[in-house]
Design a protein around this ligand. Structure first.
Ligand code: FES
Ligand SMILES: [Fe+2]
Length: 396
């Protein structure tokens, strides 16, 4: 089953269809009440970046992997998060735990590989060994080392929960952080994600890209349906409607519907009478730094992970998820083609523009920046960020 029907009830689909038909017909899009002015230092300020890591990413859950990237017992993945590099390990009981990738002895990087399967993690420096549950199993030449209470020397652990097919992590081993993804997402947004059955997808490809761009510049690029005609003229612009979005804020997060030009084949009909399933893209934007894009036949998941210690640096985690594992050459060719299009759009267009933006906002003499009324999802993001940092622990 290549194309899955849009997983929402008829009333929701009709609402999507009506909104998109109207916007396209009238040249409109959902709009915020006012233009929003922001200070460009949000993209450059090292002190703000440090606060974001500590006050935001140290408390709120973000996606670190798709569950199918850790299928079996003792499978591990190392994932760079804003505060810590973390090792995720599938446990004997089927759960996933996450550990800071630092040896408790003198701080060597315990697991140098990006993924694999191991029962025991041995530190290369002096040979201390940890179990897949993070416990310290052995100390090399222990009688000469000195007396140690091994139970206090387990790897430091971060909170992990699996939900909607993803492994979510709070990037802090402080010990007082509680992970509750359903609460974080809120009822309505949690239901919308659940409907997509992301746990039934499989991760076809996951890759990281390190760029010298602030993570919010990149989040902004994906929240924005206004730049397609101009930035993406060489690739996808002919296939998508520009600046025609249906935006539904859902608590902290939000859902955005955009249309492919192919919607023209049905948009003269009554919204409830036709299927728009193959003609729209539904994006879920997860605060603070993620987007899950549902294309008619696959999912694209993007995380913009702030690089540790700097304001201008992001690790983009990009994933393409498919309904069925790709087994045949034909299936692989199809998804490789999709991936290559995504890469071309990103590398040759979005990144070029946003590297330029990052350079330009470092100029000394620039005024404030402005998000238009049509850039409503971007406004949601920046207003949410401002509230979250002004009122820590409530997160807008
Ligand atoms: S630093 Fe890991 S064993 Fe010494
Ligand atoms: Fe773009």
């Amino acid at each position: 089953m290549l194309y899955a029907d849009l997983p929402y009830d008829q009333a929701t689909k009709t609402e999507f269809a009506r909104a998109m038909f109207d916007h396209i017909e009238n040249g409109t899009t959902d709009m915020a009440p006012e233009i929003l002015e922001i200070n460009p230092t949000v993209y450059t300020d090292p002190e703000l970046a440090a606060r974001e890591r500590l006050e935001l990413f140290g408390y709120v859950p973000i996606i670190a992997a798709h569950s199918t990237e850790l299928p079996d017992k003792n499978d591990f993945l190392t994932v760079q998060l804003p505060n810590n590099e973390v090792v995720l390990v599938r446990q004997a009981d089927g759960g996933v735990r996450g550990f800071v990738n630092t040896c408790r002895h003198r701080g060597a990087r315990l697991v140098p590989d990006s993924k694999g399967r191991k029962r025991v993690f041995s530190c290369r420096y002096h040979g201390w060994a940890y179990g897949s549950d993070g416990s310290l199993r052995s100390i090399a030449d222990e009688p000469t080392y000195g007396t140690v209470d091994r139970s206090c020397m387990s790897l430091l652990e971060v909170p992990v929960e699996e939900r909607h097919g993803f492994v979510w992590v709070i990037d802090s081993a402080a010990g007082d952080r509680k992970i509750d993804i359903a609460e974080w997402l809120g009822h309505e947004f949690d239901d919308s994600l659940a409907a997509m059955e992301m746990d039934k997808y499989t991760c076809y490809v996951a890759e990281n890209f390190d760029v010298d761009i602030n993570w919010k510049v990149l989040m902004d690029a994906f929240l924005d349906g206004y730049h397609i005609t101009s930035t993406h003229a060489g690739t996808v612009a002919p296939y998508f409607y520009n600046n025609a979005q249906f935006w539904q804020p859902m608590g902290r997060h939000g859902r955005m519907v955009s249309a492919r030009k192919s919607i023209d084949t049905v948009r003269r009909e009554e919204p409830g009478d036709v299927s728009i399933d193959r003609h729209i893209t539904v994006a879920h934007f997860l605060m603070p730094n993620m987007s899950v894009l549902r294309q008619p036949d696959h999912l694209e998941v993007l995380n913009f992970v702030p690089a540790p210690g700097v304001a201008v640096g992001t690790r983009m985690q990009m994933r393409l998820l498919t309904r069925e594992p790709a087994v045949t050459e034909e299936q692989k060719a199809r998804w490789d083609k999709n991936w290559n299009i995504l890469m071309a759009v990103l590398r040759d267009e979005d990144l070029v523009v946003n590297e330029g933006l990052q350079k330009a906002v470092a100029n000394t003499d620039i005024g404030p920046l402005f998000f238009g009324r049509n850039e409503i999802a971007n406004q949601h993001f920046h207003q949410w960020m401002a509230r979250a940092l002004a009122d820590p622990r409530r997160w807008g």
